[in-house]
Design a protein around this ligand. Structure first.
Ligand SMILES: *Cc1c(COP(=O)(O)O)cnc(C)c1O
Length: 246
């Protein structure tokens, strides 16, 4: 494994987020940095933890539940990968946020599992913002309809939108897609849609979390209004999928 200085990488990422906030007139507190620890061993995760990180992202249920058991209890775990319905029972109500809900059926299963156990789950709707065949996510013009259906389900709450933008050489190419993400959230927030689980007098915006921006484009993402950025390689170094080490 390459020698990676996590503390130093985190300082760099933190500085970049701070600068991006400054450029766009945002408060640093509006942005949560999620350290994407998939494929990385516990020792490296603990280095990030000891440097103050508490939000970690994983994309596989088995790896996520194992790490959840082995690592400190105050870690906020984020499920950011594609989630199969038959695996929902292992994580529903146990993670801080499921970022990757892209169908009513998946949301229903999360709701059903949580209701059964008396648990609660906050979720995001994943949008296939680049309209890429290889990517998961609901298509852009189906998002409002999907949100409208999910907010009728018990024990689950839609908190925002998420996307995995295309892998581009120049991060500027994704700026227009991030603007589209913001536009969708603003549009939905302007419609009178009520989450059955929330008090109607609550003036909270329905969608307040915007999860986009990865190692290659998180600075542009922050400039455009992301409230959660998911950075893996920029913190932990390249991933080595070949060793099968998780
Ligand atoms: C792997 C992954 C990331 C992090 O990607 P990096 O390019 O390593 O920062 C972010 N979001 C999702 C959904 C991922 O699967």
């Amino acid at each position: 494994m390459e020698n990676v200085n996590i503390r130093e990488n985190l300082e760099t990422v933190e500085n970049n987020i701070r600068e991006a906030c400054k450029r766009s007139g945002r408060d640093r507190n509006e942005v949560t940095l999620i350290a994407v620890s998939k494929t990385k061993p516990n020792e490296l995760i603990m280095e990030a933890y000891n440097a103050g990180i508490r939000d970690f992202g994983e994309n596989k249920v088995q790896e996520l539940t194992r790490k959840m058991e082995e690592l400190p209890e105050d870690i906020r775990w984020h499920m950011i990968g594609h989630l199969q319905r038959n695996k929902v029972k292992y994580i529903a109500g146990k993670v801080r946020l499921i970022h990757s809900v892209d169908s009513f059926e998946l949301a229903s299963e999360i709701s059903r599992q949580c209701e059964k156990k008396g648990l609660w789950q906050d979720i995001l709707i994943e949008i296939n913002i680049g309209d890429e065949e290889s990517k998961f996510g609901v298509s852009y013009d189906k998002v409002t309809e999907l949100v409208d259906r999910i907010i009728g389900l018990p024990n689950i709450s839609v908190k925002g939108l998420m996307c995995v933008a295309p892998n581009v050489d120049n991060s500027e190419e994704n700026r227009k897609l991030f603007k589209k993400m913001i536009k969708k959230a603003v549009d939905i927030n302007s419609i009178k849609m009520y989450d059955v689980n929330r008090d109607r007098s609550q003036s909270d915006r329905l969608l307040s979390i915007l999860s986009f921006g990865m190692t290659n484009d998180y600075e542009v993402a922050v400039e455009e209004g992301a409230t959660m950025v998911r950075v893996g390689t920029g913190i932990f170094g390249e991933r080595d999928y070949l060793t099968g080490r998780i």
